[in-house]
Write a protein that binds this ligand. Structure first.
Ligand SMILES: [Zn+2]
Length: 449
């Protein structure tokens, strides 16, 4: 029992959060070490055991652990320390100033995801101070490199130091925020992520002089394939999570969304409805489209070096996203149905999507704690079209949920905050999130027996 008096843990979490926002961990290059050191100082002071590992110089991840009795499997709280670049001239406040204005804290990482890092670290501190008996270990991981694919962060830990992060459950990002629809507040919990298939298309043709056009031009062949991909939706495969999510939204949505949302699950109507929605609410149209099918976005082009020479080869790189449960083979067959087989297709990098059960005591505990702090809020499982560190922890058999709680007002759009200009978090929403997360972890991990 310690006799020293502490501030209220919510305001301590807020102070830590602002300290982390002021540390520039823009990736590339990342340089997460100073952020890991700031967390190390806190754990050191509070007598919490921790380890710092570096996958490369400066690319630090920190893992801390509160030991339980081991009756049940560990819970891991994960947050990445790196952030995406911020374009200063488009920001109202310094993206690394942690400025307080209009009831919010502004800064790159305010939502993605130094908020969760600070809340999670302070959750361990509160638990440690309380002296609560834990039935499971509670692990904190503040990791490098999520924004560049996790190779120097969560994947490095999973490959090189699995004993530090092996756990039964993981709480991570992209869920637990307020999603307003009509007058209903939803709290989506991420239980599923799409996989990736990043690939290259190579068109070969006849080289020649630019003054003598011919029909076997590699650039033109590649352009035709890309045009076909850009103008075609791959087949719809509504997964049970997406089906359940859209129907849950529809049950509480106002007219006409309550009628339209379920129709998006009808493959014959979905295309027309998505085209219509793209004109009125493009964010929603793109989000729903990505949940319903595999997708491909051409992103990089390479061909030719001289304006008067027809090159013999043209290359494109494409970002493919694959629904969980659909194999790589099926995805590639869908792509080749659109572009034909004239071009060479090389897979550059691929991993499967994830899908986690909601019939777990942790999911039930999330529903209970949100119900306590927003009695009208509705918790609903959903899938994200991207991926997070969860795909790495899933390789060690963990059940991973995106639940980084924050209460947001209707006029603050969560998806726009992600990687957008003027990323910020309402102070009261942050404090609400800290209360929810720390209660959840306490309820789930303590045991009186
Ligand atoms: Zn993130």
């Amino acid at each position: 029992m310690t006799l020293e008096s502490h501030e209220n843990p919510g305001s301590e979490a807020l102070t830590l959060f602002r300290e982390l926002l002021r540390i520039d961990t823009t990736n590339p290059p990342g340089n997460e070490r100073p952020a890991a050191d700031a967390l190390a100082k806190l754990f050191q002071r509070e007598g919490i055991e921790f380890t710092i590992v570096e996958a490369a110089p400066g690319r630090a991840s920190i893992v801390a652990r509160l030991r339980g009795t081991g009756e049940r499997g560990p819970l891991l709280l994960n947050g990445h320390l790196d952030v995406v670049p911020a374009d200063r001239e488009h920001w109202s406040h310094d993206p690394f100033g942690a400025v307080e204005a209009d009831g919010c804290i502004w800064g790159r990482g305010a939502i993605d995801m130094k908020n969760m890092v600070a809340m999670s670290a302070m959750t361990l501190v509160s638990l440690k101070r309380s002296g609560a008996r834990l039935a499971r270990d509670v692990i904190f991981a503040g990791v490098a490199d999520e924004e560049a694919g996790s190779n120097h962060g969560a994947l490095f830990l999973v490959r090189e130091h699995p004993e530090l992060v092996r756990s039964e459950f993981v709480l991570n990002e992209v869920g637990g925020h307020t999603l307003h629809m009509g007058s209903t507040r939803f709290y989506p919990v991420q239980v599923s992520e799409k996989g990736i298939c990043w690939f290259e298309l190579v068109a070969s043709g006849e080289p020649g002089h630019g003054s003598m056009p011919h029909p076997n031009n590699a650039v033109v062949k590649l352009a035709r394939a890309l045009e076909a991909i850009g103008s075609t939706r791959l087949p719809a495969h509504p997964t049970p999570v997406v089906d359940g999510f859209l129907r849950a939204l529809a049950r509480r949505a106002p007219f006409p969304q309550n009628r339209l949302l379920p129709l998006l699950l009808e493959p014959r109507l979905a295309g027309f409805l998505l085209d219509t929605l793209e004109r009125s609410n493009p964010d929603q149209a793109r989000g729903i489209n990505a949940m319903l099918r595999n997708t491909v976005s051409p992103t990089i082009l390479r061909a030719g070096r001289k304006v008067n020479v027809i090159p013999s080869e043209a290359r494109a790189e494409l970002d493919g996203r694959v629904l969980p449960g659909l194999g790589l083979g099926q995805f590639l067959a869908e792509v080749q149905d659109v572009i034909g087989r004239d071009l060479r297709l090389n897979v550059l990098e691929a991993h499967d999507g994830t899908l986690f059960d909601t019939e777990t005591p942790l999911y039930d505990a999330m529903v209970r704690v949100v119900g306590r702090h927003d009695p009208d809020g509705v918790v609903v499982p959903y899938m994200i079209p991207g991926f997070t560190d969860s795909f790495a922890y899933a390789r060690l058999g963990a059940i991973c949920y995106g639940f980084s709680p924050v209460r947001l007002p209707a006029d603050l759009n969560f998806t726009r905050m992600y990687h957008g200009h003027d990323e910020r978090i309402p102070i009261d929403g942050f404090l609400w999130g800290f209360t929810v997360l720390s209660e959840l972890v306490r309820d789930f991990c303590t045991s009186e027996g």
